[in-house]
Design a protein around this ligand. Structure first.
Ligand code: MN
Ligand code: MN
Length: 458
């Protein structure tokens, strides 16, 4: 049952291919830190690969047939891509799904205040984070400010070398006696996650002169006023590029690898496999980290609606045809899993954990406290997956998120399973998941890509 380390199975050309793929992934994830940025990049890549906007096809009453490639964007935060196969669409699709939102801090709607001669932006964290990890690290702001006149201002500050960065402060160790005695979950509280935003007063102002100066800068440089924060989505992420890690460069250190490390290989596999029998689909969705809610989360109907539009454009839409198409589909719900960390060995059960470098990991089930909240894939489907992986010469392993009763987690798997389709969780092992900087293995990222290619080519 022991799986080989992927590196040991590689010939020189495989090592080269894995390193090249990882380099391209590093470029993608350094720019695509938020769901909006990932959608923007995905659309650019899709267009270059010959994909057309499904909304345009619908608007022009165009026809779709085997070989056609379309994408549907939803509210600039989620995207579904389709490559129409030669088999009847009601026979089902091969779906690659992943999420493109990641844990972070979001700027509040009334965020700006001054205290002690310094200006701050108040935040509300998004997703599950260890709050103490987010202090004293360089941070960047990514997002939009939507104005009443309908215009939307794109904001990215902290990524360019010439940009300033931001941070959340922590108390010096000399005065941290009380803090160090607290539980880790209380050492830094949610309301202490305020972004240090400036300290220079506006000349001639007496009250809140630092805040006034910040407002002047925002107006002069970005053309928005304080009240425009009400309709802004400003996401605070770690600042700086992703990097190769380890002296042998076998690892990747990056923000937001949960779940772009599955999203990017899914997207590239989707774009690279040109001709398919089964219609292939790549779903990159928002809001997984807060429960797949909202119009752009997986629980939204946007995906089902897009499939309905496609069937309609193919000639004869019926509700039954849509239902058959969805029920007969098979899906890889791709999301990261916990990689074995010997520093925290007691959290894992060594036979059923994903090891760094042993390839893409399949989890028959996720959930916690007795598989609760899990999708729990069918044995027959897992057998088919094994056959597909073998055929594609993919290094894969099976894994659970951790030891029984230590914790757990969920993914989007159960939502697609509602249609009655076969779904299984799979993904890349990660160290320090949800930390500002997460670690993955170059070999695992490449094996995930190979797995996705094998899945949609099958
Ligand atoms: Mn995830
Ligand atoms: Mn997550």
């Amino acid at each position: 049952m022991e799986k080989k380390i992927a590196w040991e199975t590689y010939k020189a050309k495989d090592v080269k291919a894995a390193e090249k793929f990882a380099g391209e992934y590093i470029d993608f994830i350094s720019v695509g830190k938020t769901e909006r940025e990932c959608v923007k990049l995905s659309v650019e890549m899709a267009k270059a690969a010959g994909y057309k906007d499904l909304s345009e096809v619908v608007k022009k009453k165009g026809k779709l047939k085997a070989g056609d490639k379309v994408y549907q964007v939803w509210m600039k935060k989620s995207i579904a891509l389709f490559n129409i196969g030669s088999d009847p669409i009601e026979d089902g699709m091969a779906i690659l799904g992943a999420h493109i939102d990641s844990p972070r801090m979001d700027v509040k709607q009334n965020p700006l205040f001054e205290d002690g001669g310094m200006a701050y932006l108040d935040t509300h964290y998004y997703g599950g984070i260890k709050k103490y990890q987010w202090v004293t690290v360089p941070l960047a702001i990514h997002g939009v400010v939507a104005k009443k006149d309908g215009s939307v201002i794109d904001i990215t500050i902290g990524e360019d070398e010439a940009d300033p960065v931001f941070c959340v402060t922590d108390i010096l160790i000399h005065l941290a006696g009380d803090q160090m005695d607290k539980k880790a979950s209380k050492a830094i509280e949610g309301e202490q996650l305020d972004i240090l935003f400036g300290s220079k007063p506006l000349a001639g102002k007496e009250k809140d002169a630092v805040k006034e100066n910040i407002l002047k800068l925002l107006k002069d440089k970005y053309d928005f006023e304080e009240e425009d924060f009400e309709s802004a989505e400003l996401e605070i992420t770690p600042a700086g590029r992703a990097r190769f890690a380890g002296l042998d460069k076998s690892l990747i250190l990056a923000y937001g690898q949960d779940d772009k490390v599955c999203a990017y290989p899914s997207l590239v596999a989707m774009l690279n496999v040109k001709n398919v029998k089964k219609t292939s689909c790549c779903l990159l969705v928002d809001k997984e980290e807060i429960g797949s809610v909202g119009a752009t989360g997986m629980r939204s109907k946007f995906f089902e609606n897009a499939v309905a539009e496609i069937i309609d454009r193919m000639g004869d839409y019926s509700d039954l045809k849509l239902k058959r198409c969805l029920a007969n589909s098979m899906m890889l719900s791709s999301d990261v899993t916990a990689g074995y960390d010997p520093e925290f060995a007691s959290c894992f059960e060594k036979k059923n954990v994903a090891y760094m470098g042993k390839g893409v990991a399949f989890s028959k089930f996720t959930g916690s406290r007795g598989k609760s909240g899990s999708n729990d894939a069918n044995a027959e489907y897992m057998a088919k997956i094994r056959a597909i992986m073998e055929k594609g010469k993919v290094n894969y392993q099976t894994a659970e998120l951790g030891k029984v009763d230590v914790g757990g987690g969920g993914t989007i798997a159960y939502i697609l399973a509602l249609y009655g389709m076969d779904v299984i969780d799979c993904g890349v092992p990660v160290l320090c998941m949800h930390a500002p900087w997460e670690v993955t293995s170059v070999a695992d990222v490449y094996e995930a890509y190979k797995a996705y290619v094998a899945f949609i080519s099958y």
